[in-house]
Design a protein around this ligand. Structure first.
Ligand SMILES: O=c1ccn([C@H]2C[C@H](O)[C@@H](CO)O2)c(=O)[nH]1
Ligand SMILES: [Zn+2]
Length: 132
């Protein structure tokens, strides 16, 4: 599975987004070190803040299956620039992914901007900050 194929998986799952409110479907696909792929789409709610982003759906699916070795993630939406993950997703990505792991942000025009987790969320609050 190469990056292009992973992006295509993200595009496919984007079609299953539940977005009656924003009408802004997003897809995410994660390649695990095991070779397995987890996909996620955004799932909205009439109580707007209950919404879960595509990235977090994919991450939580992997974690709930006992998979923790994340290799890379691709995210896609129909945006003018490669879609930037929101702050909450950056924090969750930073919790579970290695700091050098690649995050491919993309759009339907085919633009790809690849960042490391560190670049996506510098100076992040993490586990180590909880103990002095
Ligand atoms: O990276 C992103 C950015 C936004 N959204 C979702 C949340 C909401 O359903 C809609 C509009 O913000 O897009 C994602 O899933 N991922
Ligand atoms: Zn998000």
């Amino acid at each position: 599975m190469n990056t292009e194929q992973l992006i295509n998986r993200a595009k496919e799952v984007r079609n299953r987004a539940y977005v009656p409110y924003s009408k802004f479907p997003v897809g995410a696909a994660i390649l695990m070190k095991s070779g397995k792929v987890y996909e996620g789409c955004n799932i909205e709610n009439a109580a707007y803040p209950v919404t879960c982003c595509a990235e977090r759906v994919a991450i939580f699916k992997a974690i709930s299956e006992g998979e923790t070795d994340f290799e890379q993630i691709a995210v896609v939406a129909d945006t003018n620039r490669p879609v930037p993950p929101c702050g909450s997703c950056r924090q969750v990505i930073s919790e579970f992914f290695g700091q050098d792991t690649k995050v491919h942000t993309t759009n339907l025009s085919g633009e790809v901007k690849t960042l490391t987790v560190r670049e996506l969320l510098p100076y992040s609050f993490n586990q180590d900050d909880l103990t002095k």
